[in-house]
Design a protein around this ligand. Structure first.
Ligand code: GLY
Length: 280
């Protein structure tokens, strides 16, 4: 099996275009390097997303948008397809890499979804890097130029044909404190099984109501075509609910698909045997 990874940086335009392309290339390269070294898809998607969380030009981790209270609350999840193991965290503050916290939860295996202070206590018990929540309120956020729908995510197929998906976000700019979006909700913003792995971006309330990532898996079961499954899901979304959505998908053969609502763009990075490609 030839391994492959597909990474996204959210829907919507952004003034820091050149920097975001560089960040996307770095994340895709790092994820693909793990796959090429024979590591599991789960490691690759975690690494790619953690790199984007550390990049302030993406709405995740240190680049997260602010709530209406001027705080940062992040959501993240990852899922492994062939085991259906998942870890998800919501509304966490003061965690450098929420995706690593989600991974620790997945490995722990007792629970799938932890939120708020309970998730932070778990992070502490696992020795994960905690930071002063105020340090996440960066100068970039104060400039208010991040698109409010940005999210980052990755899907990968490893050398064993195993799949994984990961998604991380600061959520919607100006959201109510305590609001959790689609990204950590398994089946809505993040999903993987033996045949496909999916990560979504866009308006979380509408993505949850359409259970969008799982919808892609269902459509794939009919068409066996990741591009068709992505397009079907985004078409359904556009017909049924307000807002915008974008998603990436990979199947067990390493075939990729992506789609986003009409009039939107989604920065993505692809890593496979042909090299690393960043674009829209
Ligand atoms: N899609 C990210 C969010 O709505 O939180």
């Amino acid at each position: 099996m030839t391994p492959a990874i597909l990474v996204h940086g959210g829907v919507g335009p952004h003034p820091s275009e050149a920097r975001r392309r560089q960040g996307m290339a770095r994340a895709t390269e790092a994820g693909y390097a793990l796959l090429a070294a024979g590591k599991p898809a789960l490691d690759a998607v975690e690494m790619a997303v953690a790199i984007l969380e550390d990049d302030p030009t993406f709405n995740a981790g240190c680049g997260s948008v602010l709530t209406e209270a001027g705080t940062v609350e992040t959501d993240a999840a990852l899922m492994e397809g062939h085991t259906l193991r998942a870890g998800a965290v919501g509304s966490v503050t003061g965690i450098q890499n929420p995706i690593r916290l989600a991974r620790a939860l997945l490995e722990d295996g007792r629970h799938v979804f932890l939120v708020g202070s309970g998730a932070e206590t778990f992070a502490k018990s696992r020795g994960l890097t905690q930071i002063d929540p105020a340090s996440l309120v960066t100068a970039a956020q104060k400039k208010d130029w991040l698109d409010h729908r940005g999210t980052v995510g990755a899907v990968a197929c490893d050398a064993f044909g195993h799949l994984a998906a990961a998604t991380s976000t600061g959520g919607l700019r100006g959201k109510h404190p305590g609001r959790i979006g689609d990204s950590p909700v398994i089946g809505a913003g993040t999903y993987a099984d033996r045949r496909v792995a999916v990560s979504c971006t866009g308006d979380g309330e509408s993505i949850m109501r359409t259970v969008l990532a799982h919808r892609v898996a269902v459509s794939y079961g009919i068409h066996l075509d990741p591009l068709q499954a992505a397009a079907d899901a985004v078409d359904f979304f556009g017909l049924e609910v307000p807002g915008i959505a974008g998603l990436i998908v990979i199947d067990l053969c390493g075939r990729m698909g992506f789609a986003s609502s009409p009039g939107t763009t989604m920065l993505s990075g692809r890593g496979d045997a042909t090299g690393i490609h960043v674009g829209y």
